[in-house]
Design a protein. Structure first.
Length: 144
C-alpha cells in the first residue's frame, strides 16, 4: 500500500529520467507514494541536468531533449507543483537559520508545509541536514 505523500527534489526527478546509479532507488520511492509534490524550480533544475548531459558529457542532443520533455511532463502532469511564491516565507526562514541556499530550502519548506518527507539524492544536502530538525524527514539511499 503506498504512503500518502512525499516531496521530490530535482535530483530524484532527474534520476528517474536520466540514468544514474540511484535511478532504480528513485523509481521505487516514487512508486511507494500516491501524492508527489515538488517545487516549481524543479523545471529549471532538471533542464539544467539535460544541459550538462549535452554540453559537458557529450550526450546526444535530440535524445536528451526528448528525455527532458518526458521529465518536464512528469513534473507538470504527475506532481503537484508548489510555487516558489507560496513557499518563499518559510523557505527564507529555513535558508537563513540553516545557512543554505534558497533552492534547497524551498524543498524543505514544501515538506514542512505539506507535513511529509523529502526524497533527495543530493548527498551534500543530506550531510548538511544531519544535525538539523529535518533529519528524520529526509529519505535518501546513503549511509551517513
Amino acid at each position: 500500500m503506498p504512503d500518502s505523500s512525499i516531496v521530490l527534489d530535482s535530483s530524484i526527478i532527474a534520476a528517474i529520467f536520466f540514468p544514474e546509479p540511484y535511478s532504480d532507488w528513485a523509481e521505487k520511492i516514487v512508486k511507494k507514494h500516491d501524492i508527489l509534490y515538488t517545487v516549481d524550480t524543479a523545471f529549471a533544475e532538471v533542464a539544467n541536468v539535460a544541459w550538462k548531459r549535452i554540453v559537458i558529457h557529450g550526450h546526444d542532443e535530440d535524445k536528451t531533449m526528448s528525455v527532458l520533455g518526458d521529465a518536464l511532463e512528469f513534473i507538470s502532469e504527475v506532481c503537484e507543483v508548489l510555487t516558489t511564491f507560496s513557499l518563499h516565507k518559510e523557505a527564507i526562514k529555513i535558508a537563513v537559520s540553516n545557512r543554505m541556499p534558497i533552492y534547497d530550502a524551498l524543498f524543505l519548506a514544501a515538506l514542512s508545509i505539506k507535513n511529509t518527507k523529502l526524497a533527495t539524492l543530493d548527498k551534500q544536502l543530506v550531510r548538511k541536514l544531519k544535525l538539523t530538525q529535518f533529519w528524520t524527514s529526509i529519505i535518501h539511499p546513503y549511509e551517513i
